[in-house]
Design a protein around this ligand. Structure first.
Ligand SMILES: [Mg+2]
Length: 335
């Protein structure tokens, strides 16, 4: 049993979830199962993501609103990478009892977490359709996301072919520098009595880490307009996620170093290997004209897909000093 009272907590979550009930969701929280009816000719995309305190977020120095936002953003970014539109989210939380405790003056940690979660849910039209709550010695959040996509139109990692061009949305490396800044300021600060606030106006590097924006509109446009041959979201870093595309497509890739859209205030190293940018990396045949921006998000061509060759690295970085093999050393590198 949780401090706030499991039933009252579920009631408040249900009340917040029911403020948004799109037609796909025939039955949300309150019965044994949710009921979902997608449009004729659509198939369902499913993704799941587990976040654990101390590993994926820090209770001491991540604002709870940002943790809630990021729980949902991680799942939505996977839907974006397939070109799916969100249909329903299922959230399971394990929480130490004190995280549900509120005072007259202060919201509980869980209420602030849900503020961040529901703000992104409403902004992206994602209903919370169910989940679970349990007391746990370690805070953990598990999200399941369901998306819908016209049958056969999902963007897969396996569709890249030699000669296809390589594109990325937005800017890279911002989230990794934002995380470094947050870590440094946290280690300087004294132990805090309560979790930090999410400032009203965020530095763009901190925003890239704390409130990343999943590229749902771009992914759906790439699928609907049949622009991309393969796609992935950059959760683990460009070097690692491009290697995933190459392995699934059985191809190799070249990145032109000078073309990379490096986030202002970030570095080439962070743009190549820093994780959690949640931008989309995709390929397209050279005959397909890719717009400079989709849904207001800039698109940059950063290289091309080539035939794999024995003894040569899967990903090669083309620099003014000549080609260099690029090892996949994303997220873990910065862990
Ligand atoms: Mg992904």
């Amino acid at each position: 049993v949780l401090a706030q009272g499991e039933l009252s907590l579920i009631r408040s979550i249900r009340a917040r979830a029911s403020q948004f009930a799109p037609p796909d969701l025939r039955l949300g929280i309150g019965d044994d199962c949710a009921l979902i009816q997608v449009r004729p000719g659509e198939e369902i995309a499913v993704t799941t993501d587990l976040s654990i305190a101390g590993r994926h977020f820090q209770l001491d120095w991540h604002p709870p609103e940002a943790i809630g936002h990021r729980t949902l953003a991680r799942g939505l970014s996977d839907l974006a990478a397939m070109g799916a539109r969100p249909v329903a989210a299922f959230l399971s939380l394990g929480l130490p009892q004190e995280r549900t405790r509120k005072t007259k003056a202060q919201k509980s940690w869980i209420d602030r977490y849900l503020d961040g979660f529901f703000a992104l849910a409403h902004a992206t039209g994602t209903p919370l359709a169910g989940g679970d709550l349990a007391q746990s010695p370690i805070a953990a959040a598990d999200i399941v996301l369901l998306g819908a996509i016209p049958r056969g139109r999902a963007l897969l990692r396996s569709g890249a072919r030699p000669g296809h061009l390589l594109y990325v949305t937005g800017a890279l490396g911002g989230a990794a520098v934002g995380l470094e800044r947050l870590t440094q300021s946290a280690s300087r600060a004294a132990v805090k009595k309560s979790p930090p606030r999410l400032p009203g106006k965020l530095d763009p590097l901190l925003a890239a880490h704390l409130i990343p924006q999943p590229r749902l509109a771009v992914g759906q446009a790439l699928s609907r307009r049949a622009l991309a041959s393969a796609a992935i979201d950059i959760s683990d870093g460009l070097s690692t996620d491009l290697t995933h595309i190459c392995e699934e497509s059985r191809v190799a890739a070249e990145i032109e170093c000078g073309t990379l859209p490096i986030h202002s205030g970030s570095t080439l190293e962070h743009a190549l290997h820093g994780g959690e940018d949640y931008e989309l990396l995709f390929t397209a045949p050279p005959s397909v004209r890719i717009p400079r921006a989709i849904a207001g998000v800039p698109i940059t061509r950063i290289g091309r897909i080539v035939r794999p060759r024995a003894g040569r690295a899967t990903v090669t970085l083309l620099t003014p000093q000549g080609p260099q093999p690029l090892q996949p050393r994303g997220w873990q590198h910065f862990a």
